[in-house]
Every structure is written in C-alpha cells, then in structure tokens.
Ligand binder design. Structure first.
Ligand code: SF4
Length: 298
C-alpha cells in the first residue's frame, strides 16, 4: 500500500515562516512555534503553542518530499527554533532526510541562544556531519539594556558565545539584527553595541531588518501609547551606517535587502565596507531613492 498520497500533501500547521534565502527549499515543519516566544516585537508565532511534531507526521512529510520534491536540493526545518529538538530526535530526523532525500545538499534551521546552549560543541559537530549546514540566529541587538527591554532572554555575551559555538562546529551562521529596536533615543547606542557584537561573533552573513509594528505584540502597544518612538528615515540610515562602521567581519556579508528596510545594502566585508557607507551617505544627501512606506513588509 502506498503510504503517501499527493492529495494529503505536507502537514503544515498555522502560518509558516522561513528565511528569504530558503525560498526554494523543501520546507519540513518539525516543530510548531518558538520555544521562547517572548520577544516583545515578534508576532511570528502568536497563533501557536510550542511543540515538537509527531515522528510519524515528520516521516510522512519526508516521504512525501521524496516522491514529489526531487528538484529541490535544500531543506529548511521549521518552525521557530527546530534546533531545540533533543539531540537524539534531531539526529533521527536528519538521518531520515539523508536516507530518503539523498539529493538534499544542505539542511537549515532557525536557532536561538537557548536552543544552541542546550547543544554541546560535540553535538553540534554531530549535526553538522549529518548535513545541518546553516543556522539562522536572531541577534537583534548587542546592547544589554535593549535586550532586556525586548525580552530577548539572554545577554549579548551569551548570544555571542553561542554564535561562536555554532561556527566552531563548522555550521554556517546567518544572523539577523533589528534596525530601530533601540527606539529614537538609543539608536546609535544600539548600532555600536550591535556592530561590536557582530565583530566578536564573526558570522558568515548578517541580515538587517527594520522594526515593523505587529498588532498584538507588546512593542506595538508601546508604539500606540507613545512609549516607543522609532527613529525617522534619516535616523534609521544613520543607525545602519553606524552599525556597519562598527562591524568588522573577517569574511562575511552584511545585507539590508530585506523587504522591511528603506535602503537595500549588500556589502561584502571587509572589502565592501566603504562602498556601503558611501551609498548610505548618498541616501542621506537625498541622492538615492528610499523604498516607499507602502512597499515595506515583513
Ligand atoms: S526567539 Fe525569534 S521566533 Fe522566538 S519570539 Fe524571539 S524573535 Fe520570535
């Protein structure tokens, strides 16, 4: 009997989120939601209680992908932080992927400080050997005062340490930072501390997003009540400029081409830093057009 029916499809639950760079990947939902789910700006998993999905469902979806997704050679493990799955179970999932989808060259997942902390360096290396090739990690800010305010749940130092652990295991590290998250008053403080954290962590990729207010989140409420004021467009450009100035990567990329940003920047660091700063300066002088508000999105 055929266990996989085309009409049944993949067992996705709720709203599914993946990094923009994983648009062409097989999306395998192994967990629901985010185990932290407390960041004040994040509305990603408001509809979900965190849980790890049943192995039979996960296996069904792997078998479905084996039958109908043979043209996709990357796989992304959803939801929020699939890395939180206990090692034995996560290894089982990676082994089934390797067994049934041998053409998949790279598996990616979201991770946060808590989920990386739960894995030893040896365990991360074991995951790397089983094809976990990239981890997407939300840094948001390197400023401890702001990290506390947004309930990130960890200090900048631990965030940096865990990011370095991922890299040491041979897993590529792609991090996100959040322009505007310090508000107008702490804009440059946030930019500098974040640049310093990025320099110490030295990730492969940095993606800058700009704060967008999501109804239902605590940050949205603060914005509505006037307790949180986002820098204006020139302020956000100055923040981006300061952050890039303070970011020294040995070999990496700094992008601000996410749909939420006003100015897309793609800088290869260290060589492309000055070019990126010149572009921001030109935008500050009004010589480069910014994305209109209606085109911004999360
Ligand atoms: S850790 Fe990530 S997914 Fe979870 S609440 Fe924070 S920002 Fe959202």
């Amino acid at each position: 009997m055929d266990l996989v029916h085309k009409n049944e499809g993949m067992h996705y639950e709720g709203y599914c989120i993946r990094p923009p760079s994983e648009a062409d990947s097989i999306l395998l939902q192994a967990t629901l939601g985010c185990s932290h789910n407390k960041c004040t700006f994040c509305g990603s998993y408001q509809d979900k209680r965190f849980r790890i999905k049943d192995e039979t469902i996960i296996l069904h979806d792997i078998l479905f992908a084996a039958k109908y997704m043979q043209g996709q050679d990357r796989l992304f493990l959803m939801d929020g932080d699939a890395l939180i799955i206990p090692q034995k179970r996560l290894m089982w999932i990676l082994e089934r992927i390797r067994e049934h989808l041998p053409w998949v060259k790279r598996v990616g997942a979201y991770g946060n400080v808590k989920s990386v902390k739960m894995k030893s360096l040896e365990e991360l290396k074991q995951l790397r050997k089983n094809n976990l090739g990239i981890l997407f990690y939300g840094v948001e800010t390197g400023d401890d005062e702001i990290r506390k305010e947004i309930q990130k749940g960890s200090t900048a130092e631990t965030c940096c340490e865990m990011g370095r652990r991922v890299k040491e295991a041979g897993i590529e590290l792609s991090v996100t930072v959040l322009l505007g998250i310090g508000g107008r008053d702490k804009s440059l403080q946030h930019a500098r501390a974040t640049g310093e954290l990025l320099s110490a962590m030295d990730p492969n990729f940095v993606g800058a997003l700009t704060v967008m207010f999501v109804p239902g989140t605590p940050l949205y409420q603060d914005y509505v009540n006037g307790r949180f004021v986002l820098p204006d467009e020139p302020g956000l450009l100055r923040e981006l400029r300061e952050m890039i100035t303070y970011t020294n990567l040995t070999r990496g990329y700094f992008f601000s081409n996410h749909a939420s940003n006003y100015l897309p920047v793609k800088a290869k660091l260290p060589s492309g830093k000055q070019k990126a700063l010149n572009l921001i300066d030109a935008a500050l002088r009004g010589e480069v057009g910014l994305k209109p508000e209606w085109m911004r999105a999360l």
